[in-house]
Design a protein around this ligand. Structure first.
Ligand SMILES: C[S@@+](CC[C@H](N)C(=O)[O-])C[C@H]1O[C@@H](n2cnc3c(N)ncnc32)[C@H](O)[C@@H]1O
Length: 256
């Protein structure tokens, strides 16, 4: 067993993150460069150091989780969500149930809340926002963002929902009312059910094909019939019907 394989096992035991489900070459490159930067020659000594140094361990978790996000990321897709998908969802009676999976620091669930607020009252929808990374979720709840996170957000949204402060943009706390942030590992935790819309973007690219298949199956089971699944802009599903999905629009699937 290689030094890296032992590291993968130890990391799983310590953090619950199983790197066997992530594309190996890419992940190994990221971690080797961090390890080298910190001056460790092998993964054994690097992991030992992480055991005794919280900062080093947090830095490692940060590197694994890749938290980059933005409000209205790939803005054109959000126009499709608003103009083509939402009208279907708004026809439904009852509270809309939405899941923003792997939501990182919250830009995606807040974007959803901003869009839904245009059409619905706060009692008419709920957003469950999850990520494996507790630090990212804490930032999401704090709701302070650097300029770059807002670069695709429409101007009227920025003036309506953000307060410019010295240290960045503070999100309007009203938006948090409809969002529940919680820790969830897509690879090992159980999935909820009866969702009208699941948004999972820019995380599946990091997973192996086997892991993706498992996740698509679970998402499909979690959706209501006719529910929608919104993926990232490099994350088309090649055989959607295997998971009871029809292509609804580019990067949008509808459960059959
Ligand atoms: C690049 S961000 C994507 C954020 C947002 N969805 C977007 O598209 O802007 C990827 C997120 O996936 C999360 N992640 C990685 N592995 C995960 C897993 N097994 N379960 C849940 N979240 C995971 C990371 O913590 C990170 O916050």
């Amino acid at each position: 067993m290689s030094d890296y394989d032992v590291f993968v096992q130890n990391l799983k035991r310590k953090s619950g993150i199983d790197l066997l489900f992530y594309k190996e070459a890419q992940m190994k490159r990221r971690l080797t460069s961090l390890r080298d930067k910190r001056g460790y020659q092998d993964f054994f000594s690097y992991f030992e150091a992480c055991q005794h140094n919280r900062e080093l361990f947090h830095e490692l978790l940060d590197r694994l989780t890749i938290n980059v996000s933005e409000f209205y990321r790939n803005q054109k897709r959000w126009v499709v969500l608003e103009e083509k998908v939402l009208p279907h969802l708004l026809e439904k009676r009852g509270k809309l149930k939405i899941w923003s999976a792997a939501c990182s620091t919250g830009e995606e669930p807040y974007t959803l809340a901003m869009l839904l607020n245009k059409y619905l009252s706060p009692q008419e929808f709920e957003i469950i926002a999850t990520d494996i990374d507790e630090n990212a979720l804490k930032s999401a709840e704090t709701g302070i963002y650097p300029d770059r996170a807002l670069k695709e957000a429409p101007k009227e949204v920025v003036s309506k929902y953000f307060n410019k402060k010295e240290y960045g943009y503070q999100i309007n706390p009203q938006l948090k009312k409809n969002i529940t942030f919680k820790k969830h590992n897509l690879l090992s935790d159980s999935y909820g059910e009866n969702y009208d819309l699941i948004v999972c973007r820019n995380v599946l690219i990091y997973f192996t094909e086997d892991a993706k298949r498992l996740i698509y199956e679970k998402f499909s089971r979690s959706l209501k019939d006719q529910g929608f699944f919104f993926v990232g802009s490099t994350e088309q599903i090649f055989t959607p019907t295997d998971y009871n999905f029809n292509v609804f629009d580019t990067f949008f699937y509808q459960k059959i």
